[in-house]
Design a protein around this ligand. Structure first.
Ligand SMILES: [Zn+2]
Length: 386
C-alpha cells in the first residue's frame, strides 16, 4: 500500500522503501511529490488536467491536446506565424478565432458534419455551396463582396493557395513584411474575417437575413471593438507601471522564493524577513529537499516562511512572492493545481494564526535575497537557520 511508503512521524516519504519498489526515475518522481501534513481521505481526480477536476472543458482540453500532439509538427514558417499572431496587439478572442481558422477548427457546417453532427451543410448565406471555411471566408458571394470592397488588395481566388490557412498566412505575412507589427492592413484583414463570421452567425442563430450592408456594419463594429480594446490596453499598461512600484508595507514582511532544478528535482527554498524600520535585520531561513515542479517549490517556500513567522510570534505578516501561479492557486477556491493541493491547504490553515496575513506578487528583483538563500540551500544540500 502507498501508506507503507510514508514515514508517518516525519510526514515524509521513506526513500529506502520507495527505491526498493520502483526504478530510479519513478522513485525520483514519487519522492518529489508533496504529502498532506495530516491524515486525509482518498479522493478521485481527473489526471489529465492540472486542476484534477473533470468537466466538459477539461475533457476537451485533454482531447485537443492529444490531437495537437498527433498532428504533424509545425513547420518553422507556421511556428513563426503563430508567434506573430500571439504577439499582435489584438483582442484575445481574435487570436483564438485566427488560431481556429488556421487549424480549421472553426464550427462551420462541413466541420460539424465531419464531427458527426447532423446538420444541413449548405451555406445559409448564399444557399448554393457547402459551407466549409474556404467557402465562407473566401468564395461565398458575401466574402467576395467584402474583399472586393476593402481598401486592401486582397484577392479571394488567387491561385497557389489550396487551403484557407496558407491564404491567410500569405496576406498577414505580406502586410507584416511591408507595414511592420502595427500594420493597419493586418487589422483590416482580421476584422473582415471576424465580420464575415459574425454575419454568418447572425443568419444561422438569429435567422436574420444577411445583406452586404449588414456585413459592412459588422466589420465596422469589429473595428470599433478593436479601437476600444487598444485604448483600454494603453490604460492597462499605465496601471501596470503604477502597480510595479513598491507597495506600502505593514510592519514586518517576508520575501520568499524557491529554487528548483528540473533534471534532479532538487529544490531549495528561502525566506528573508525584513522590518521596514530596521533595514539591516537579517532574519530568515532556508531549506533543501525535492519538488515536483517550480510551483511546488514556491508554495513550499511560502508555507515554511509562514511557519517560521508564526514561531517567531509575528502577528502581522506580508509575504512577497514572484510566483504569479502561486497567487492564482491561493486565490482560486479549490486551488487550480492538484499537485500542490495539500500545500495550499496548509498555507491557508497557518495564515489563520495571524491577525493579518497577505501574500502579494512582486518582481523577481524584490525577492533577490530569498532567492540567494534558496539557491545556496539547493546547491549545498543544507538548511539555513539565521
Ligand atoms: Zn455561401
Amino acid at each position: 500500500m502507498v501508506s507503507d511508503l510514508i514515514n508517518r512521524d516525519s510526514v515524509s516519504w521513506d526513500p529506502g522503501k520507495v527505491r526498493q519498489c520502483f526504478d530510479w526515475n519513478s522513485s525520483r518522481n514519487i519522492l518529489s511529490m508533496e504529502l498532506p501534513s495530516n491524515l486525509k481521505d482518498d479522493f478521485l481526480y481527473w489526471k489529465y488536467h492540472p486542476s484534477g477536476r473533470y468537466s466538459v472543458k477539461t475533457g476537451y482540453y485533454f482531447l485537443s491536446r492529444n490531437q495537437m500532439m498527433n498532428d504533424s509538427p509545425l513547420s518553422t514558417k507556421d511556428e513563426r506565424f503563430a508567434k506573430l499572431i500571439w504577439s499582435l496587439n489584438i483582442q484575445p478572442k481574435w487570436k483564438i478565432f485566427l488560431w481556429k481558422l488556421l487549424y480549421d477548427g472553426i464550427a462551420v457546417k462541413v466541420n460539424l458534419v465531419n464531427r458527426g453532427i447532423a446538420v444541413d451543410a449548405t451555406c445559409d448565406v448564399c444557399g448554393l455551396e457547402l459551407e466549409d471555411s474556404q467557402h465562407l471566408f473566401r468564395f461565398c458571394s458575401l466574402a467576395k463582396y467584402v474583399w472586393d470592397n476593402s481598401p486592401m488588395t486582397v484577392c479571394c481566388d488567387i491561385t497557389g493557395f489550396q487551403s484557407l490557412r496558407s491564404w491567410i498566412q500569405h496576406f498577414i505575412l505580406l502586410f507584416y513584411s511591408e507595414d511592420g507589427r502595427h500594420s493597419t492592413r493586418i487589422i483590416w484583414f482580421i476584422e473582415n474575417l471576424w465580420g464575415l463570421w459574425t454575419a454568418r452567425n447572425t443568419k444561422v442563430f438569429k435567422g436574420i437575413g444577411v445583406t452586404t450592408a449588414t456585413v459592412v456594419e459588422l466589420v465596422n463594429l469589429a473595428l470599433k471593438d478593436h479601437e476600444v480594446f487598444n485604448e483600454e490596453d494603453k490604460t492597462r499598461d499605465m496601471g501596470g507601471i503604477e502597480a510595479r512600484r513598491e507597495p506600502t508595507l505593514p510592519p514586518g514582511f517576508n520575501h520568499v522564493d524557491g529554487s528548483w532544478d528540473k533534471a534532479s528535482t532538487r529544490a531549495g527554498i528561502g525566506w528573508a524577513f525584513i522590518c521596514p524600520n530596521q533595514a539591516d535585520t537579517n532574519d530568515g531561513g532556508g531549506k533543501y529537499g525535492t519538488a515536483f515542479s517550480a510551483l511546488q517549490c514556491e508554495a513550499w517556500a511560502c508555507l515554511e516562511a509562514l511557519k517560521w513567522a508564526n514561531r517567531q510570534g509575528k502577528e502581522e505578516v506580508l509575504v512577497l512572492s514572484d510566483s504569479v501561479l502561486l497567487l492564482e492557486n491561493l486565490r482560486s477556491n479549490q486551488g487550480k493545481e492538484i499537485s500542490i493541493a495539500w500545500l495550499i491547504e496548509d498555507i491557508r490553515v497557518i495564515a489563520l494564526n495571524f491577525r493579518k496575513c497577505s501574500i502579494i506578487k512582486v518582481t523577481r528583483e524584490q525577492v533577490q535575497r530569498a532567492n540567494d538563500i534558496a539557491n545556496t540551500c539547493r546547491c549545498t544540500l543544507s538548511n539555513l537557520v539565521l
